[in-house]
Design a protein around this ligand. Structure first.
Ligand SMILES: Cc1ncc(COP(=O)(O)O)c(C=O)c1O
Length: 424
């Protein structure tokens, strides 16, 4: 793997910020896009642009074929059984809102669709309504907390939360206890965007299944960095964002086991997702179209396919090893800074490091190192309960990607050292 060659594919990296070469360590927020992805989206608008699934003419068929090919590529990438198990969405947040809304209608609404997969006539649900309980963890991004919380509050239910220890490792004994409280759904981050912890999701999925509870995995931080096999994990749902894996913004996905997606009612209504419509009644389309109301972001879906092909052109283990090396170098060098405290010290962790320094506000530190060309993220990282758990206002977070180098880590650490000296 030649990092210089890889960097050639990311023109945005080759620029000066405040007169200093850009060091981009904000990859957990969004990765940069390689030329092949940018070109693919441009090419679509230059040669193929058309609305899909509805036209008989050449361009519409070409765009439809390309879009469905992209769906198959996503399915293959995460080893889904069938492409109809992949729903394109705007990203992780939309996928989780889709699931929270659909689960609400399936389990907790007074009325819901009697024949969920095909029929829109409302009838009273036969089975007894239960107190809504959803189980998440203490390290979730707001996107995997607020949609469930809002849904639960509408039904006077309960959000169950798996605690974590001071290193940012989940307490699996407590998890087992909480499973016995019979939540309807478990939803867990694969990798924490603040702590970098890689959660033991395979084990946690198996534990939930012993109680017959379906599991959603928030894969926002894992898709770009670790190979995913949804059949091996046996997760019921897996959600992700394209823009965090070298693809354009505005595209992402939801994997769901076909039997679950068949059971869940649609999320949004309109064109595309219907089979037949009259003033009295609507029947819904088959999977995955039932969940794709309206015109999708076709160009971005094609960009996502190209991003996957870009990732597949590397040995994924080599990519993981490279990002781990960057992480280790950063941790080792940062450790020498007086008063530094790492937030998240799990043994199983991904390529990001979060920290605070005594007497230094993360925001001030981030602002100063920005002037030295170094882009990191500061604040609560959309995970305020994590900040509360560690009694801190926020952290500085550096997150790595395939195109980052050890030299950049050195520049970053020097910048942090200088900023800390200036601020204390
Ligand atoms: C773990 C995790 N979940 C969910 C999200 C939300 O992703 P998006 O804003 O792409 O929908 C993020 C974004 O940072 C994340 O890190």
């Amino acid at each position: 793997m030649n990092i210089n060659d890889i960097r050639q594919q990311f023109p945005v990296l080759d620029q000066q910020v405040y007169g200093k070469p850009l060091v981009y360590f904000d990859n957990a927020a969004t990765t940069q896009k390689p030329l092949c992805v940018i070109d693919r989206e441009r090419d679509y608008y230059l040669h193929e642009n058309c609305n899909i699934h509805r036209g008989v003419h050449y361009l519409s068929q070409k765009a439809t074929e390309a879009y469905e090919h992209a769906r198959q590529t996503v399915a293959d990438f995460i080893h889904a059984k069938e492409s109809r198990e992949i729903v394109f969405t705007r990203g992780t947040t939309e996928s989780l809102n889709l699931l929270a809304t659909s689960f609400e209608h399936l389990f907790f609404s007074k009325t819901h669709n009697s024949q969920l997969s095909t029929d829109s006539q409302l009838t009273t649900h036969n089975s007894q309504l239960t107190t809504p309980k959803v189980l998440i963890t203490a390290m979730e991004h707001h996107s995997n907390l607020v949609p469930w919380q809002q849904m639960i509050q509408r039904h006077h239910g309960q959000l169950l939360v798996v605690p974590m220890d001071d290193k940012g490792v989940l307490d699996l004994e407590q998890y087992e206890k909480l499973l016995k409280e019979e939540p309807k759904v478990v939803s867990i981050a694969h990798i924490s965007n603040v702590l970098g912890t890689i959660n033991p999701i395979k084990q946690m999925i198996a534990m939930a299944h012993q109680y017959g509870i379906p599991v959603v995995i928030d894969g926002a931080q894992s898709m770009a960095h670790h190979p995913i096999d949804v059949q091996d994990l046996d997760c019921d749902f897996f959600v992700f964002s394209g823009h965090k894996m070298y693809a354009p913004m505005g595209i992402g996905g939801l994997y769901g086991k076909a039997e679950w997606l068949e059971k869940l009612p649609p999320y949004q209504f309109g064109g595309e997702m219907v089979d037949t419509v009259s003033f009295e009644k609507t029947t819904f389309n088959v999977l995955p179209f039932k969940f794709e109301a309206g015109t999708p972001n076709v160009g971005a879906a094609l960009g996502l396919e190209t991003a996957i092909q870009f990732l597949q052109s590397f040995d994924r283990m080599e990519v993981e090893a490279h990002e781990k090396q960057l992480l280790q170098s950063a941790i080792q060098q940062l450790s020498a800074i007086e008063g530094i405290r790492f937030i998240g010290q799990a043994e199983q962790r991904s390529g990001l490091v979060s920290f605070i320094i005594d007497g230094v506000h993360p925001y001030d530190l981030g602002t100063i190192i920005d002037k030295m060309g170094v882009a990191v993220r500061t604040g609560h990282h959309c995970a305020e309960p994590v900040m509360t758990r560690f009694c801190i206002p926020g952290t500085v977070r550096a997150s790595f990607a395939i195109y980052n180098t050890l030299e950049e880590v050195d520049v970053f650490v020097k910048a942090v050292q200088r900023a800390a000296m200036m601020l204390r």
